[in-house]
Write a protein that binds this ligand. Structure first.
Ligand code: XLS
Ligand code: NI
Ligand code: NI
Length: 440
């Protein structure tokens, strides 16, 4: 059965195309610096937003019209798998991602949930055997069910810790079975509401114990995925422990986990933390911790995780700039952790949304690549810090200066001259590169 029968395979038609179901900038075969766009961008579809979300919000029920609406339970889960692989093929996307509960309904016991999962995982495996679409990452949902009311690995309740561990054990087995490239931990409820009832030290120690157990088990079963932490400052908890990359990094370092994890960076989480997307990517990159990306965008007028499809070309350009500087995403990818707006309730909208997101990152890739080729910001930055290439600056970076020496130097200084940072000029150049690439 076809779920999206009115929609044909999405092809690249170029910037002048008026076909809404065609890529205008994303040409999977186009080679940039020796690699195809498909290889560099490694797009993934998020199962939960695309096949499960129904458009409900805290004030209203779902609005989405889906061809599997009339089904329930395992039947609906199976229909979603069929639909998903039709969607992946039509979109020609190389990856997808899911939480355990996205693919199969939870049973009344853990055993039953695992059995439901086994049925659907076997079905997914069969589809994957003939599909090009691979699993970028999977994860366990440890935030929706009421049992996680006080957290999962950071719950005050040891039974919840144990239950969560069992879920992750299963998810690691599923990841191995389906050949996942990565395994993600997003700690939605790993945080706290008030210090009046919280033992933060124990909660954080337990979270680290939990991560170590997961790493050990993956090793034991020969699941060699890259482990990723997805920082987010808040929502649903008020204070989330993986606030941002810097906080996550110090946690990983403290608990001897820094060589076992990298980060999965989500644009909207960056902005919730008061950073830009590129800031988070940059902090991860310079610490060799950039693993994968949840591609989306927030709304500057709203203060929550709106998970919009990425359409802001500045943001995609500056993100791709960091990703190219990182030498690519390795085993990671660009997973659209993005959902269509509540008013975009047709299945067609799922295609429009992914097309605009993929085109947006393709533009970003091209602009970023050109900027790097021409060393636009590189040269400017090199020059800006050139005082460290010689004289006293060189002595500082080579560790040959101490306070006494620097004082002697400073006492002889007659004048300190600074140079303009040229922010506006640099932004003008960025605009020029963007417009040139788009109109070319
Ligand atoms: C929620 C998170 C979540 C993770 C996976 O804000 O982005 O969707 O990506 O658990
Ligand atoms: Ni995410
Ligand atoms: Ni998110």
């Amino acid at each position: 059965m076809a779920y999206f029968e009115n929609i044909n395979a999405i092809k690249y038609e170029g910037a002048s195309s008026k076909n809404p179901f065609a890529f205008k900038y994303y040409n999977p075969e186009e080679v940039i610096n020796g690699k195809t766009m498909e290889e560099i961008l490694r797009f993934g579809v998020a199962y939960w937003h695309t096949f499960d979300a129904d458009g409900s919000d805290p004030f209203g029920v779902g609005t989405a019209i889906r061809p599997w609406d009339h089904l329930t339970g395992l039947d609906r889960a199976k229909a979603r798998v069929e639909a998903a692989f039709e969607f992946f093929e039509k979109l020609n996307v190389p990856f997808f991602c899911f939480h355990d509960v996205d693919i199969a309904p939870e049973g009344s016991t853990l055993r039953e949930s695992n059995q439901n999962q086994d049925i659907i995982v076997a079905m997914i495996k069969e589809y994957m055997a003939t599909s090009k679409t691979k699993l970028l990452w999977n994860t366990a949902n440890m935030f929706t069910n009421p049992r996680y009311v006080h957290g999962a690995a950071t719950s005050n309740n040891a039974d919840v810790f144990a239950y969560s561990a069992a879920k992750v054990k299963k998810a690691l087995e599923v990841g191995k079975e389906l050949g996942a490239e990565n395994y993600v931990f997003w700690g939605g409820r790993e945080g706290y509401e008030t210090l009046l009832n919280t033992n933060m030290k124990l909660e954080q120690d337990n979270l680290a114990r939990f991560f170590h157990m997961a790493v050990d088990y993956a090793k034991e079963i020969g699941f060699d995925a890259q482990f990723l932490i997805e920082p987010k400052p808040k929502e649903p908890t008020k204070h989330q422990y993986d606030f941002d990359v810097a906080t996550g990094l110090s946690f990983l370092q403290k608990y001897d986990l820094a060589d076992k994890f990298k980060f999965n960076i989500e644009a909207n989480h960056a902005t919730l933390a008061g950073h830009t997307f590129e800031h988070e990517l940059h902090v991860a990159r310079i610490n060799n911790m950039l693993g994968s990306v949840d591609a989306n965008q927030g709304d500057p007028l709203l203060g929550w995780d709106t998970d919009e499809f990425p359409t802001d070309l500045y943001s995609t350009t500056l993100a791709m700039y960091e990703i190219l500087k990182n030498g690519g995403l390795g085993r990671g990818g660009l997973n659209f952790d993005s959902k269509v707006r509540r008013g975009s309730f047709d299945v067609e909208d799922l295609f429009h949304a992914h097309i605009v997101g993929m085109d947006g990152f393709a533009v970003g890739l091209k602009v970023a690549n050109k900027l790097l080729e021409d060393r636009v910001f590189e040269d400017f930055i090199d020059d800006r810090y050139s005082s460290y290439n010689e004289g006293i600056g060189l002595e500082i970076v080579e560790g040959k200066a101490d306070l006494r020496k620097l004082e002697a130097y400073a006492l002889e200084l007659t004048e300190i001259k600074n140079q303009s940072g040229r922010t506006e000029r640099l932004k003008a150049i960025l605009n020029q590169y963007l417009l040139e690439t788009i109109t070319k």
